[in-house]
Design a protein around this ligand. Structure first.
Ligand SMILES: [Fe+2]
Length: 274
């Protein structure tokens, strides 16, 4: 189903969020605007495949899947897992919260089989963790995992926003014959994949259980400028401090020093509209 077609529910839609982000003067509207375009350009068959959760009403979180027997804690911090031969693969995307806003600082811990379908259970080959950037994006550079008995082709990942529960799940490749016989396979976890430069480029957006304010909208914008001045990167704020950002008033929820990328609409853990 097209993520932008489901507008009759009255819930917040991706378009609405994007418009709100633009109205609020968020730092990365170009990145946000690129998200649906990315999903479209990478998929030649999205009409037939329910590719990713619809980030429109908070009800469609990325589904969990079993961890399996090969997870190991303490993977190295790295986004490139080129630990052996194989077809180059990149996986890129965004992590969104319940209100379809990108979440920064999210831990993504990937593990996978090598090209022969074997996991490294003594070392950390094809294992690594990374964090989403300020715009909620991530990129994994690796190889296409090999097949092993009983399973279709897949990647494993754990996704965790700071202070939130861990989402353990798996990502799948379209047009794999074993997708039809693997009882664990879930089409909601299919990546969009295309051939590129002798390798594969995949995309997947996660939607995780992070409560978020849907953000300011033109009809729900407090207009009274509270005391405290305009939100400013580099300034220290205490719980209860009030600022304005993008014409909207916010109340600080916990003491912190503001940073670029932590604009109030981006960090519901730090600011609420008020
Ligand atoms: Fe596996």
């Amino acid at each position: 189903m097209d993520s932008e077609s489901k507008t009759s529910t009255g819930h917040v839609t991706r378009k609405t969020v994007l418009r709100a982000a633009l109205a609020a003067g968020m730092a990365a509207p170009a990145v946000l605007m690129g998200v649906p375009a990315l999903a479209r350009t990478l998929s030649g068959s999205e009409a037939a495949l329910d590719l990713t959760p619809e980030c429109d009403d908070g009800d469609d979180l990325t589904v969990p899947q079993m961890e399996g027997p090969y997870f190991k804690p303490n993977s190295p911090l790295r986004s490139a897992l080129k630990d052996g031969p194989g077809t180059p693969l990149t996986v890129s995307g965004y992590v969104f919260g319940r209100a379809c806003r990108p979440v920064s600082g999210v831990l993504l811990d990937f593990w996978q089989a090598d090209a022969n379908g074997a996991y490294d259970n003594t070392g950390f080959k094809f294992r690594g963790h990374q964090f989403t950037g300020a715009d909620g994006s991530f990129k994994l550079t690796t190889i296409v995992p090999g097949l092993y008995p009983g399973r279709t082709r897949h990647l494993h990942v754990k996704v965790q926003a700071p202070g939130r529960p861990i989402l353990t799940t798996q990502l799948y490749f379209p047009n794999e014959p074993r997708n039809n016989t693997d009882s664990i396979f879930d089409p909601r976890l299919l990546m969009t994949v295309r051939d590129a430069g002798g390798g594969r480029e995949a995309a997947f957006d996660f939607v995780i259980d992070v409560p978020q304010n849907p953000g300011p909208t033109p009809t729900a914008t407090p207009t009274t400028a509270p005391p405290g001045g305009t939100w400013t990167a580099g300034r220290s704020y205490a719980a209860g401090d009030r600022v304005t950002y993008g014409g909207v008033g916010y109340v600080c929820l916990q003491a912190h020093t503001a940073m670029a990328g932590w604009e109030p609409p981006n960090v519901p853990a730090l600011w609420r509209i008020g």
